[in-house]
Ligand binder design. Structure first.
Ligand SMILES: [Zn+2]
Length: 282
């Protein structure tokens, strides 16, 4: 079984990107990836209950004067999802402190999407936004979907997360810059308004892909669907498109759930694309 990803860092041109560990899920691979078979999952990857590890965390991008948080982890909770497994967090603010950045110094919070494991630290129990001085951005379609569908699996709590952000959330769409050198890229499928964020440093770039990819095996086999993909057909198209994009030289991928991960580069092997992990623990 793999350990959850520790807090770790890469440098992309002048941008410093840190993965901030929050916690992990221990999940049934067959529940999480319903079109796989038991024999697809080696015993070495599984715990005594047959579950695999999926990391939970967020990314801090420091570039110029901007300190951009991409997603917010799951927060200080332990949640059991029947038939799936457990998902828990709690260490994101400590991970952030280890970088020397205070919550009040975050200039932007940008969401790939609003599943509960990506908004967990956005507001405190009393409804106060945690990153009080930050502009908050999400795709309008994403916000509208969860406002209209609060009972879909993985939904963020309206009271706990959406209401506290209502007055400060701003819309961002495909190609929009959220800060100098960081732009959004439409990547729908997992959720309707899912966005990736491209950190563009000229010759080199990083693409923070959110939940387009949940497992490293999806690079070689993009047809592996995640149970939480709301539109599986669109998600498959997006995975294939993003893998082609990330195969370009000088491109690094970051995805919070990839374990081991979260940073890596794609190379083409005899069986298709292979994810090669990079990154230095802090
Ligand atoms: Zn997720």
């Amino acid at each position: 079984m793999h350990d959850p990803n520790p807090t770790q860092r890469i440098q992309v041109g002048d941008a410093r990107i840190t993965y901030l560990a929050d916690g992990a899920g221990r999940v049934s691979p067959l529940a999480m990836f319903p079109n796989t078979n038991d024999t697809d999952w080696p015993a070495d990857d599984r715990d005594e209950n047959g579950r695999i590890t999926t990391s939970i965390g967020a990314f801090l991008v420091e570039t110029g004067d901007a300190r951009v948080l991409v997603d917010c982890g799951i927060g200080p909770v332990e949640r059991e999802f029947p038939a799936f497994g457990t998902f828990g967090g709690g260490s994101l603010l400590e991970s952030l402190a280890a970088t020397g950045v205070e919550p009040g110094a975050i200039t932007h919070v940008v969401f790939t999407h609003l599943h509960v494991d990506h908004v967990g630290w956005a507001a405190g129990e009393d409804g106060t936004p945690t990153f009080a001085n930050a502009a908050h951005h999400v795709a309008e379609a994403e916000w509208a979907f969860w406002r209209a569908n609060p009972d879909v699996g993985g939904a963020p709590s309206a009271e706990r997360f959406l209401d506290p952000l209502e007055d400060r959330i701003r819309w961002v769409g495909d190609g929009d810059a959220v800060a100098p050198g960081i732009r959004a890229m439409a990547t729908p499928g997992h959720t309707p308004g899912h966005l990736a964020y491209v950190v563009d440093a000229g010759d080199v770039q990083a693409v923070l892909v959110g939940d387009v990819f949940h497992h490293v095996r999806q690079f070689g086999t993009p047809g592996i669907t995640c149970a939480f993909d709301i539109d599986a057909t669109t998600a498959l198209r997006t995975r294939a498109r993003l893998a082609r994009h990330a195969e370009q030289p000088g491109t690094t991928l970051g995805a919070p759930h990839l374990t081991p991960g979260p940073f890596g580069r794609l190379t083409r092997g005899p069986k298709g694309l292979v994810f090669q992990r990079i990154g230095q623990p802090l």
